[in-house]
Design a protein around this ligand. Structure first.
Ligand SMILES: C[S@@+](CC[C@H](N)C(=O)[O-])C[C@H]1O[C@@H](n2cnc3c(N)ncnc32)[C@H](O)[C@@H]1O
Length: 256
């Protein structure tokens, strides 16, 4: 018996074992002994993770999948499950590092990435599959249409690499779009510490009106007097690098 795919949970089950193995091998397995898989479904990735010498935790909200996994994998029990990924506070690791892996439910892709950023101190690495467009956005560079809030926020905390593309026809049921697998490795950029909240506000305000110059787009944030004539004010958000956003945030903070 297998799990019936539920659309509202973003369920598309990967049917290609080689791709599953390749995704799991995308992790380095270095510097942590805990791994959380998001959305294991019927366990196509889980079975390769369970072969590793790591503590495996499963975040799954589909009861039918949970039953299936408990019945089909000896090492999986009620204790393996940690519930909804978006509600994790990772307290159960007692401060230990935990890597994240998954063929993610595409309806909550951005929320998954923001949840990782919010806990970057505990999460050294993530390997996962998103719809191709989102995967590309995480690695996008300035002055491209893909470069936006997600690119800047992720790249401020992590180095990102696009690993490979996955075709629709290796899923059951097939999704409407191609998928992309990425790896992100923690590398918080200098100058961020202590400025995180303001940094996120500036990046979001800047890109929320990406056609406008920053002098206009950032108006809602009460621009400090000393920054009103800064050269960046004449640019659009997509023209600033991640390092530019960070140095600009520091300057903003110092002039508040
Ligand atoms: C694209 S499927 C992937 C299933 C399986 N890993 C595979 O590759 O075949 C996404 C999975 O995420 C689960 N899911 C959806 N929302 C979730 C959430 N908030 N937290 C944890 N898992 C979730 C779904 O139930 C589903 O099993």
């Amino acid at each position: 018996m297998s799990v019936k795919a539920k659309k509202h949970l973003g369920q598309h089950f990967l049917t290609d074992e080689n791709i599953a193995r390749k995704i799991v091998e995308g992790l380095s397995f270095e510097g942590y002994r805990n791994i959380m898989e998001v959305g294991p479904g019927m366990g196509v990735l889980t079975k390769y993770l369970l072969e590793k010498d790591q503590n495996i935790y499963l975040a799954e909200i589909d009861k039918e999948s949970i039953e299936y996994l408990k019945n089909n994998y000896d090492k999986v029990s009620e204790e393996t499950f940690v519930g909804d990924f978006l509600k994790q506070d990772f307290q159960f690791t007692n401060g230990e590092q935990i890597a994240i892996i998954g063929n993610f439910p595409y309806n909550i892709s951005s929320q998954i990435l923001f949840q990782i950023i919010d806990h970057y101190e505990l999460i050294p690495e993530m390997v996962g599959m998103f719809q191709k467009e989102v995967a590309e956005r995480t690695a996008a560079v300035p002055r491209t249409k893909d470069y936006g809030i997600l690119s800047v926020l992720i790249q401020a905390y992590y180095d990102t690499s696009y690993l490979f593309t996955v075709h629709e026809n290796v899923f059951n049921p097939p999704p409407k779009v191609k998928s992309g697998v990425i790896r992100i490795t923690r590398n918080p950029k200098e100058g961020l510490a202590g400025n995180e909240v303001l940094f996120k506000q500036i990046v979001k305000a800047g890109f929320n009106q990406r056609r406008k110059k920053l002098s206009n787009a950032l108006k809602i944030l009460n621009i400090p007097e000393a920054l009103k004539t800064h050269e960046f004010m004449d640019k659009r958000a997509e023209e600033l690098s991640v390092a530019d956003f960070i140095s600009f945030t520091q300057l903003w903070k110092n002039n508040q």
